[in-house]
Design a protein around this ligand. Structure first.
Ligand SMILES: [Zn+2]
Length: 316
């Protein structure tokens, strides 16, 4: 039977009906409201609207932040504090008449890549999404690692540089503080001041440097912009080397907006991974770009939806 995956973001709610083969059959979008009742009712409306005319066996919401997946609750989520602590399984289950579960958005995207994308055919996958922050999901022996409360697998907040820059989580030197889109922007602004004669420096003197500027200038061969991406890739590789030692994955799929830089980020990451990983799998693990793009959240969430008897809907 089909399932509904809902990507609940800080600015929009995207709900999709997904077939057992991973085909997105229908999709609707609503803006995210910031009042509890209005937000719950837009999610419920999105689910009802998108599933009209389709056989649907269950729903999974993919939400950024710390999620207690066992309790189907959001512990904390930036821009979504209106639904923090709400028992979403019951609240939305009652309104939609469907079984509703909740997962972390990066875990859902990881599951999407595992079932339908870059990780199809493997049993051990790490998924890293490099966006404004760094999200991740760990799949080991074909099972999504959640930990005791459902907040496990947060590789973006593993410390890779003890005295590094402050991270949004309060810690210093997290992978997120060194390899995310925000980290690249910060580095690019510093580099623009350091090398005013470079294309990046000239742009930085004229206006604020954005992530896409760094990528464009790097592709045009500007050494300062290339340096910024190499540095982010190097930090990514330092993180990955540790993760490879712990999880021994077959594939590491890298997604998110920053992954558009492709090998400009991934080559230094692969090099660092080879240098630092002590696992025999360093020679075997493949670092790939993810293939589903922004749809991985909806597809993965749908694949994590469970029916009333707790079985995965798309598995049946
Ligand atoms: Zn952090």
């Amino acid at each position: 039977m089909n399932a509904v995956g809902v990507d609940v973001g800080g600015t929009k709610i995207a709900a999709g009906v997904v077939s057992p083969e991973g085909e997105l059959l229908n999709e609707v979008r609503y803006p995210t409201a910031n009042m509890r009742e209005r937000l719950l009712s837009s999610i419920a409306t999105a689910i009802a609207e998108v599933s009209k005319g389709y056989d649907v066996g269950g729903v999974c919401l993919a939400v950024p932040g710390f999620i207690l997946s066992g309790a189907n609750k959001v512990l904390s989520a930036a821009n979504l504090d209106a639904i923090e602590g709400v028992p979403l399984g019951e609240e939305l289950g009652d309104r939609t008449g469907l079984p509703v579960v909740v997962e972390n958005d990066a875990n859902a995207a990881a599951w999407g890549e595992f079932r339908f994308g870059a990780g199809r055919g493997v049993d051990h996958l790490l998924f890293i999404t490099l966006g404004t922050g760094v999200g991740s999901g760990v799949i080991s022996h074909g099972t999504l690692l959640r930990g005791a409360r459902g907040t496990g697998g947060e590789l973006g907040h593993v410390t890779v540089q003890a005295t590094g820059p402050r991270c949004g989580c309060g810690n210093r030197g997290c992978l997120e503080a060194l390899a995310s889109g925000s980290a690249i922007r910060r580095q690019a602004r510093e580099m623009a001041k350091e090398r005013p004669e470079s294309a990046l420096g000239r742009l930085g003197a004229a206006r604020e440097v954005l992530g896409e500027d760094v990528l464009r200038l790097a592709r045009e061969g500007d050494e300062a912009a290339l340096h910024v991406l190499r540095e982010a890739g190097t930090w990514l590789g330092i993180g990955l080397a540790g993760f490879v030692n712990v999880f021994d994955p077959e594939v590491i799929a890298v997604g998110g907006g920053v992954s558009e830089a492709g090998d400009l980020i991934l080559e230094p990451a692969r090099r660092e991974l080879q240098l630092r990983s002590s696992s025999p799998s360093r020679g075997l693990v493949e670092v790939r770009e993810s293939t589903l793009g922004p749809k991985s959240g909806i597809l993965g969430a749908a694949a994590l939806a469970r029916s009333a008897n707790k079985e995965y809907v798309l598995e049946t």
